[in-house]
Ligand binder design. Structure first.
Ligand code: HEC
Ligand code: HEC
Ligand code: HEC
Length: 437
């Protein structure tokens, strides 16, 4: 027993050593931080818009006083990883990275010193960016205020702390070839595809991942849990009964609101209000064109008629079933969320049409009930109160009644999910309540 274990360990050690040798990438020599004059104003402006579409700040910023200085934690199944400082600080940030070093990181997931980066950094999407767009991003980052801040050391478990093992991950799951334009499709569709699959990395949140943390290509946009939010399906399996079309997608991505599908909350509100917000209208239209095609629906349905029918039926269901959940809905929610069938309001969404209720995963509804939607989240300045004082049993009956109203089967394991969320968000909820007092 002892001997075979020792032999196995030696063999593993040899394999690791050989892999280490085989997988080494050259380091790219450090340079002096480039002078502002080496970039054109156009490049910087282009980079700023792309940094928004790529939502770089959301992952690389922990406090508004230190933008892009990194330090946000990502708890992966393999340990905790921290985002890096991408300001041009020479020691703490990427100030000594040449353009080539930056481009290699974005396209190949390899840092300046030659080590592999983890795919929590969405380089599998950023590889699709054009030279011009990467030059713009590089210019924009290099002209940011350098911030002296070193993010905490990663706490990845052995063997995942060995960066060279990412070589194997890349071999299995990373295709270096960038996205190609589809000549069968319109210019707007191709532009939308480029933005969504590239800088926007929309599928990074909206697609389920495999056990190794890679997006399942065959289930792209099928919906996924990410950081305790549920990013709903956007393909044909989209849970909203009034389907997304290019017009509603445009309004949602531009303003964060759509009359029939509601408002952008949680991480999506950051994507819309801080990320996409400087992107030109043509780009938002292009994104909407591409996304609406993912569902494969023909845009012939009349959304207003369909919504009116669905709202009327939901309101009838309200009349027939006098459950405890219904009582809670009428007293706690309907005052704000009751909608006239022919004129539903995005800001007080008709709940029977909303993905928080119609998705197969109850996370968003539970989370909204536990935390509310503070002024800084969802639509800027607009608040929905939290209902964290309700007992687990009350929240569950209310949630199941909302499912009945939407003509859907009850959610399974609802109270278990609620307890998990209370535990996981405990910290946030307390901080938020503290902040409101
Ligand atoms: C979903 C979160 C996320 C987003 C969005 C994101 N990053 Fe990162 N980024 C990370 C993480 C995490 C790392 C650290 C990876 C590691 O240590 O292996 C990282 C690392 C990097 C690195 C390598 C830096 C170094 O010191 O090794 C660069 C460059 C970078 N990001 C640039 C960007 C740019 C530019 C954008 C926007 C276009 C962006 N990132 C968007 C999470 C993100
Ligand atoms: C950081 C993760 C994240 C990224 C990146 C992201 N989303 Fe989302 N998205 C979410 C979450 C979470 C929700 C659910 C929140 C809600 O319904 O308000 C959502 C909701 C949506 C919805 C509404 C779905 C529904 O039926 O309610 C649309 C449309 C959408 N996202 C489009 C996009 C597009 C387009 C992109 C890329 C530009 C994108 N998302 C990038 C997390 C993300
Ligand atoms: C005081 C008015 C008010 C009450 C009471 C209220 N809400 Fe809301 N609700 C809002 C507003 C306003 C928003 C939009 C918040 C934003 O955009 O920032 C919202 C958003 C939501 C959303 C997100 C919808 C979307 O468009 O994605 C859900 C789900 C929700 N409410 C459920 C409920 C439930 C369930 C109750 C009852 C327990 C309730 N609300 C009670 C005002 C209210």
């Amino acid at each position: 027993m002892g001997r075979s274990l020792a032999t196995a360990l030696i063999v593993i050690a040899i394999i690791l050593a050989v892999m280490f040798m085989l997988t080494r990438n050259p380091s790219i020599a450090p340079v002096d931080p480039p002078a502002a004059a080496s970039f054109s104003a156009d490049q910087v402006a282009r980079g700023e818009v792309l940094a928004g579409i790529g939502n770089c700040a959301a992952c690389h910023t922990t406090s508004t006083s230190n933008p892009y200085a990194g330090g946000r934690d990502f708890s992966t199944g393999f340990g905790t990883l921290y985002s890096t400082n991408i300001t041009p600080h020479p020691q703490d940030g990427i100030g000594t990275w040449s353009r080539d070093a930056f481009v290699r990181a974005m396209r190949e997931g390899i840092a300046r010193d030659g080590s592999y980066l983890y795919p929590a950094f969405p380089y599998p999407h950023f590889k699709n960016l054009s030279d011009e767009d990467l030059n713009g991003l590089y210019a924009y980052l290099m002209l940011l205020e350098p911030v002296a801040y070193t993010p905490p050391d990663n706490a990845m478990r052995f063997p995942f702390n060995l960066r060279f093992l990412q070589w194997g991950w890349q071999l299995l799951f990373f295709y270096k070839t960038p996205l190609k334009a589809d000549p069968q499709q319109s210019e707007a569709w191709n532009r939308g595809a480029y933005l969504a699959e590239g800088a926007g990395h929309c599928s990074a949140c909206h697609s389920p991942r495999n056990a190794f943390g890679a997006e399942k290509k065959d289930r792209a946009y099928a919906g996924a849990l990410i950081d305790n939010w549920y990013a709903p399906a956007l393909n044909a399996a989209q849970p909203v009964p009034v389907h997304w079309d290019s017009e509603s997608l445009y309004r949602y991505l531009r303003k964060g609101q759509s009359a029939y599908q509601g408002v952008a909350v949680g991480s999506m509100s950051e994507v819309v209000h801080q990320g996409l917000h400087k992107a030109p209208d043509a780009d938002i239209r292009a994104l909407a064109t591409y996304l609406s095609s993912l569902a494969g629906h023909v845009e012939s349905e009349n959304s207003a008629t369909r919504a009116a029918q669905l709202i009327q039926s939901a309101q009838q269901r309200t009349d027939s079933d006098r459950s405890h959940g219904e009582h809670l809905y009428i007293t706690a929610c309907a005052g704000c969320h009751f909608n006239a069938a022919d004129n539903p309001l995005a800001l007080r969404a008709e709940l029977s049409l909303n993905s928080a209720i119609t998705a197969e995963d109850p996370t968003n509804l539970l989370r909204i009930l536990l935390q509310g939607v503070p002024a800084s989240e969802g639509s800027p300045g607009i608040v929905m109160p939290d209902f964290a004082v309700l007992s687990d049993g009350d929240i569950a009956s209310l949630a199941q009644f909302l499912r009945i109203r939407a003509d859907l089967p009850p959610w399974q394991k609802l109270e278990q999910r609620l307890r998990e969320l209370r535990r996981q968000l405990g910290h946030n909820t307390a901080a938020q309540q503290g902040g409101n007092q």
